[in-house]
Design a protein around this ligand. Structure first.
Ligand code: XBP
Ligand code: MG
Length: 243
């Protein structure tokens, strides 16, 4: 593990978490929920993992459906109202999938949230997905009162432009009244990295299933998962004079 990541995280004025791919490996559930919505709507669209990986370049579920529709050679009309309805069905399927309990938090996430809370470090969420989806995931993983532990939560539809635009991060900074350089964003995707970097926030990447090949050259640190932070802390405790 690269030296310094644990210290950067420990000293941050706030930790700002992305959700999908960072707190949990949710994108596979999103993919299945999109496909279930297409079946429900009588569409013969099916997104396999390769297609979905490519479509993930487009952030936001409604935007992703619109982008896929635009790629069809023979395109039937798909007004915004139909996209909204498709996305509503997708969101309901996603909540059902999350409710089965098959999507636990990624390694080290619960430990980091607990450690941050214990040292009084502010926590925030900056995500493209919706408040309903965050609540479905985190109620299940952290209990119904999970939101009380977060000082600011900004979702994709709360701002004008989704990631890779910096809007969700700028809104978090405004709500927390903190300087970007003092915070740390924890992300998993190239688009998330660009969004936080455009807001001048240092970024720690944890590699996830769909985005592990993205370009993370701009990130301060790239880890496989957050359990590496805890391991580094334990090592420092054992070697108190280690730099
Ligand atoms: C996550 C996304 C989201 C989800 C689907 O990006 O792009 O669009 O795939 O969410 P990030 P909705 O992790 O960078 O925030 O269908 O609810 O839009
Ligand atoms: Mg993500």
């Amino acid at each position: 593990m690269q030296p310094g990541a644990a210290e950067l995280v420990r000293r941050a004025a706030a930790l700002i978490f992305d959700v999908d791919g960072t707190l949990a490996e949710t994108e596979e559930l999103h993919r299945r929920a999109f496909n279930a919505a297409f079946v429900h709507h009588g569409l013969d669209w099916r997104w396999d993992r390769a297609v979905y990986k490519d479509l993930l370049r487009v952030t936001g579920g409604k935007e992703r459906i619109r982008a896929y529709h635009a790629r069809q050679r023979i395109a039937f009309p798909l007004p915004d109202g139909d996209i909204a309805e498709l996305h509503r069905i997708k969101t309901a399927h996603y909540a059902e999938l999350v409710e089965t309990g098959c999507c636990s938090l990624r390694p080290g996430v619960a430990e980091l949230l607990g450690a941050a809370k214990a040292r009084g470090q502010p926590l925030a969420i900056a995500t493209t997905t919706s408040h309903g989806n965050i609540d479905a995931l985190l109620s299940r993983a952290l209990g119904k009162r999970w939101a009380a532990d977060f000082d600011a939560i900004v979702a994709g539809d709360d701002v004008r432009h989704k990631k890779p635009a910096p809007d969700v991060y700028l809104e978090i900074l405004a709500r927390l009244k903190l300087e970007p350089a003092d915070c740390v964003a924890i992300e998993d995707s190239g688009n998330g990295l660009i969004a936080a970097s455009r807001a001048n926030i240092p970024v720690l990447i944890t590699r996830s299933m769909f985005f592990r090949d993205d370009d993370f050259a701009e990130a301060q640190f790239v880890l496989d998962d957050l359990s590496e932070l805890e391991a580094a802390d334990k090592k420092t405790e054992k070697q108190p004079h280690a730099q």
